[in-house]
Structures are given as C-alpha cells and as structure tokens.
Design a protein around this ligand. Structure first.
Ligand code: ADP
Ligand code: MG
Length: 247
C-alpha cells in the first residue's frame, strides 16, 4: 500500500480545551489511484493532508508511506520520507518569486542531493509534460495562474514521489483551467502509478477521480457529498477497475 493512514486522531489545543480535527480516520490509497476528499471548510481536509505529508504527527494512529512506517519516527526520518517519497501541492502555488521556472524545480533536486545534470534532464522532461516548454526562464509574475499551478505540480514531482498530496489545486483558477489541472493530475497519477489525494471544492472535477471521500467534522466517510450536478459521478470505467469505495 502506497499510502495508509490507520485510525488517525489529531487534536489541536483550543484555549483550555482540545479540538479534534481528525477523528479516527482511515485512508488507503494504492498506486495509480486518484482519491478526492470533499467536505465543508474547517472539517479537517488540510489537516488530513498535513498528517499524510508527515508534516504533523497525530495524537494516535499510524501513517505508512511507500512501505515506510512514519508514525513515531524522528523528525529527520520524516523529513527524508517527505523529500524522497511525497509530492505536496499546496493551495497557493508558493513559488519563490526570484527564481525562474527551471530553478524552482532544480532547488528540489538540490535539497535531495541529486546531481545537477540528472536534475536538469528531469526538470526539462517535466516542464515538457506540463506544457511549460519555453517558460523555463520566466519568473512567477511572468506566468498565468494556470501556468504557476503547473510549475507547482512539476516541482512536487521533481523527486519522483510515490505519493502526491494536493490541496484545492483549482481554487485560484477559472473553471476551464481548473479542469485542465485536475485532468493533468489524473493522467500523472495513472502514468506514474502515483497514490494521489486531492482536496477539492470543485465537484465538477470529481468525474476524473477513482474515489470520493467526504470529510465531516473530522470524520472521513466514503459517502459522496449531497446531490450535485452530473459531473460529480465518477466515470463507470474507473468504477469498474478497482475495488474501493465509490460515490
Ligand atoms: P479544512 O481544510 O477542511 O478547511 P482544516 O484541516 O484546515 O480544515 O481545519 C480543521 C479544524 O482544525 C478547523 O476547526 C481549524 O480551525 C482547526 N485548525 C486547523 N489548523 C489548526 C492549527 N494549526 N491550530 C489550531 N487549530 C487548527
Ligand atoms: Mg483546507
């Protein structure tokens, strides 16, 4: 199992009480599987991604990433797992303003101690795949919102992760651009055998994922959100190809 969260409880201090952000959450995502998490604001979706990303440790429960047990591991170990096995795409493309597109990607390889030559080849391949050829030397302010989000995704894929965690990738984009980004994520998931979890508000894009989970008050259930336009139904061919919960 590429990503497995079992019985996760996450609490935050809240004055003199504690707030339960994740309430006995289980989540399993296999290679090549694209799972969406929907749910109201404040229900715990970003907290779930932060736990899966090994950025915060839960009060209880276990997290396993690409076969590595992360729960209870040292911060150094978790950093290494994150760097080598997890790609993270946050809501806002937090690109470094002074860096060119190419350098945004090369920094990631540098942090992982990879050779510059190898990294440059990987970066150019990714930029080509993201339809960003010709944008290598542009800085973020010279790119459109959709292009910035694609750089963000390319950067997350730079170290060839097995797990891709994406938080509301379309919130800053118009509908058409948003759909293109999710379609790209679906293709990347399939072709690279990624285990992808995407938090989204955009019900129209749910047609492109394999499974839809709903977060409500820190509880994650396979039930889809209340009735929504046709597009929220997964495609039948996906539904037939895997044994997971469906909407
Ligand atoms: P979502 O992404 O679904 O909007 P979050 O995971 O961001 O939800 O938040 C879940 C709950 O935890 C909310 O009530 C939020 O206010 C709270 N919360 C999130 N992050 C923190 C934090 N760092 N400290 C305290 N409370 C937090
Ligand atoms: Mg959030």
């Amino acid at each position: 199992m590429t990503l497995k969260l079992s019985d996760i409880v996450l609490t935050y201090p809240d004055g003199d009480r504690t707030l339960t952000a994740l309430d006995h959450v289980d989540l399993t995502v296999e290679q090549g599987e694209f799972t969406a998490v929907v749910g109201p604001s404040g229900s715990g979706k970003s907290s779930l991604l932060a736990v899966a990303a090994t950025l915060i440790s839960p009060a209880s429960g276990t997290v396993s990433v690409a076969g590595h047990e992360v729960s209870g591991a040292s911060p150094d170990f978790r950093t290494r797992i994150r760097r080598d096995h997890i790609g993270i795409v946050f809501q806002q493309p937090n690109l470094l303003a002074s860096l060119t597109t190419l350098d945004q990607l090369l920094v990631m390889a540098h942090l992982a101690g990879r050779s510059v030559r190898e990294a440059a080849v990987r970066a150019r391949e990714l930029l080509l795949a993201m339809d960003l050829a010709g944008k290598e030397h542009k800085r973020p302010h010279q790119l459109s919102g959709g292009e910035r989000q694609r750089v963000n995704i390319a950067r997350a894929l730079m170290n060839s992760p097995e797990v891709l965690l994406v938080d509301e990738p379309t919130s800053a984009l118009d509908h058409h651009r948003g759909e293109q980004i999710v379609s790209l994520l679906a293709e990347l998931t399939r072709e690279n055998g990624l285990a992808t979890v995407m938090v989204t508000h955009d019900l129209a894009t749910l047609a492109m994922v394999n499974a839809v989970l709903t977060m409500t008050d820190g509880k994650l259930t396979p039930a889809p959100p209340p009735p929504s336009p046709d597009a929220s139904r997964p495609r039948p061919d996906h539904a037939a190809s895997s044994g997971k919960h469906r909407s």
